[in-house]
Ligand binder design. Structure first.
Ligand code: ZN
Length: 160
């Protein structure tokens, strides 16, 4: 039985499922590096082994292959035409596992960002995703302090 995936694509896919360095992961790391972010790679002690971990912001970043993780609505997330049931079953298990990992990370107090393989070419988009995740972190040490307003309580709450 022959699967219709060329050998280069296949080795990329296999690299991905084994958690090796893939081109999309490297691209996201380069972007994070250019943003001046400090990160660690593949923390094996964390659920799902996030591809990047930003300890300062308690942010875990996954770079997901659109095929393996079935990016919804994505052109790369097609189900192969041969052995369809096998693939559907495999993808379903991958997605359940992804959800479990994200939930566990959040439970442990981590923020989670998923960057899809098809998104890494858009550097500004990736930067914005990371910035948004960093901003949304309540314990962010860089978060601006709320401005101190002079003049006491807000309108309407004063003495009558
Ligand atoms: Zn995609």
């Amino acid at each position: 039985m022959i699967d219709i995936v060329d050998s280069r694509k296949r080795s990329e896919l296999m690299a991905n499922i084994r958690g090796r360095d893939t081109a999309p992961e490297r691209a996201v790391r380069r972007i994070a590096h250019r943003m001046g972010l400090r990160f660690r790679l593949c923390r094996k002690d964390l659920p799902g082994r996030p591809d990047l971990v930003l300890p300062k912001y308690r942010l875990a970043v996954f770079v997901h292959g659109c095929f393996w993780h079935q990016h919804e609505g994505c052109q790369y997330a097609h189900v192969p035409k041969t052995r369809t049931e096998y693939w559907k079953d495999k993808f379903a298990r991958n997605m359940v596992r992804d959800n479990d990992n994200e939930e566990s990370l959040r439970y442990l107090g981590w923020n989670v960002v998923v960057i899809w393989e098809c998104e890494v070419g858009d550097e500004e988009g990736v930067r914005e995703r990371l910035r948004a995740a960093i901003r949304s972190n309540k314990s962010n040490p860089d978060q601006e302090k709320p401005e101190h307003h002079q003049g006491g309580p807000a309108e309407g709450s004063g003495a009558k």
